[in-house]
Design a protein around this ligand. Structure first.
Ligand code: ASP
Length: 424
């Protein structure tokens, strides 16, 4: 059986078992024990296996990618194309979200008493997130730019959530320096990096054997705890986000794959199925990154020098689903609070959603602190975030699928523009 079929079966099994347990044993101690000693640790072990290779993998892929591209002018051309692609496609995503939220107006469907109840239930979690937003606020903006250049590269990565932009910068600089020094000195380092890269890929291969079980455990942990009645209460909002995500995932990406990568969209989606499933079950671009790199190389035949450059950058900076979600959510909360946002303010929402999606960490709910910043900026009550926190996980799973699929569409486009023929 193919790997993605097994993962898919794991996903369905975990989801169905979780929903049934949620319905019938919601408060049972036995369910809590299964979560605590079964699904939670199993899911975490699987996630950690993937995340533990992220730092060495990103460093070695990116430095090698740059060294293999070799010529700095060529690198600049690929770099500019990649960044433009990220920004433009992310802006398209937010625009889709804003058009939908202005048309459907989900905020008008939320009864006042449901709003008050949600605000009361999630107020503690919301104020925690607002604390995180305050911290993010001091780091966001010009400081985000300064932080890209770390004083101490080891300190930037030696923490549970490594600073990916700093890691990318150090790796880029290493790659550039490798192309500039004498090959006598450079070659041994390149060989070492190639070895590190191969080891990382091998570990991912081993970890992915666990994927069907890990994915089942992760999904079980979510669905067995989830408050499904919330989806009904917030139905119109959830539907607006999901329609937007689906339009971008299957509409915009299909067009981009067809036009820019000259590849059949259906075939493309089939080839990247494993990546989509991993993103959906982990809710994390970072945790999916190793799989994204491996699948782009093995299934689509995108050369390592391009995946090594585009994919790590994309996992950190290119978040189409997140930007779309942010745009819809800001306007939804504004509608619930009766704040009308003018066209000019909505343009600020577009700009800020794109920028904060670049700055958001590729971890579950990584965008929420930055979303709070956008709310504050356009004078929508930030504590309104409490209204959507209960459904965030499900929406996060879906938007992360777009975040990573977008990275591969970009890598496919860059490969094509460099004259590479993708694997059929
Ligand atoms: N979970 C998302 C990701 O990792 C980030 C977010 O939207 O919260 O891509």
């Amino acid at each position: 059986m193919a790997r993605h079929t097994k993962i898919f079966l794991g996903l369905v099994f975990g989801a169905v078992a979780g929903v049934l347990c949620n319905k019938f044993f919601i408060a049972a101690p036995a369910l809590a024990a299964v979560q605590k000693y079964g699904s939670d640790p199993l899911g975490k072990i699987f996630l950690n296996m993937l995340i533990m290779v992220v730092v060495p993998l990103v460093f070695s892929s990116l430095a090698l990618g740059v060294a293999q591209i070799g010529d700095l002018k060529h690198l600049g051309r690929i770099g500019i194309r990649t960044l433009l692609y990220f920004l433009l496609v992310t802006a398209v995503a937010v625009t889709i979200g804003l058009v939908l939220v202005n048309t459907i107006r989900p905020g008008d469907y939320l009864p006042g008493e449901v709003k008050d109840k949600l605000m009361a239930t999630y107020s503690k979690e919301a104020s925690e997130k607002m604390g995180m937003a305050e911290q993010a606020g001091t780091e966001f903006g010009i400081q985000t730019l300064v932080n890209i250049v770390p004083r101490n590269p080891f300190a930037a990565v030696a923490r549970p959530n490594p600073d990916m932009l700093a890691l990318i910068f150090v790796a880029l600089m290493t790659g550039v320096a490798l192309t500039l020094i004498h090959s006598d000195k450079g070659q041994p380092v390149i060989r070492l990096l190639e070895g590190v890269n191969e080891i990382a890929v091998k570990i991912i291969n081993i970890a992915m054997k666990l994927a069907p079980y890990g994915v089942a455990a992760l999904i079980f942990s979510v669905t067995s705890r989830f408050g499904f009645d919330l989806i009904v209460a917030l139905g119109m909002y959830v539907i607006t986000v999901l329609i937007g995500l689906a339009l971008h995932q299957f509409g915009v990406f299909s067009i981009l794959v067809r036009l820019f990568a000259r590849y059949h969209p259906l075939k493309f989606f089939r080839k990247v199925e494993t990546v989509m499933l991993t993103a959906f079950s982990t809710s994390s671009s970072n945790a999916t990154l190793p799989t994204t790199i491996m699948v782009s190389q093995e299934n689509l035949g995108i050369p390592p020098k391009i995946t090594g450059f585009v994919i790590p950058l994309g996992a950190t900076m290119n978040m189409n689903g997140t930007a779309l979600f942010e745009g819809v959510t800001v306007l939804f909360i504004a509608q619930v609070f009766g704040v009308e946002l003018s066209l000019a303010t909505q343009l600020i929402v577009v700009l800020m959603s794109v920028l904060t999606a670049v700055g958001a960490a590729g971890v579950p709910s990584g965008s929420i602190p930055l979303l709070i910043l956008v709310l504050q900026m356009v004078h929508v009550p930030p504590e309104g975030i409490a209204i959507i926190l209960g459904v965030d996980r499900i929406l996060d799973m879906c938007r992360t699928v777009l975040n990573v699929t977008g990275d591969i569409t970009c890598a496919a486009y860059i490969a094509r523009s460099e004259g590479v023929t993708l694997k059929e």
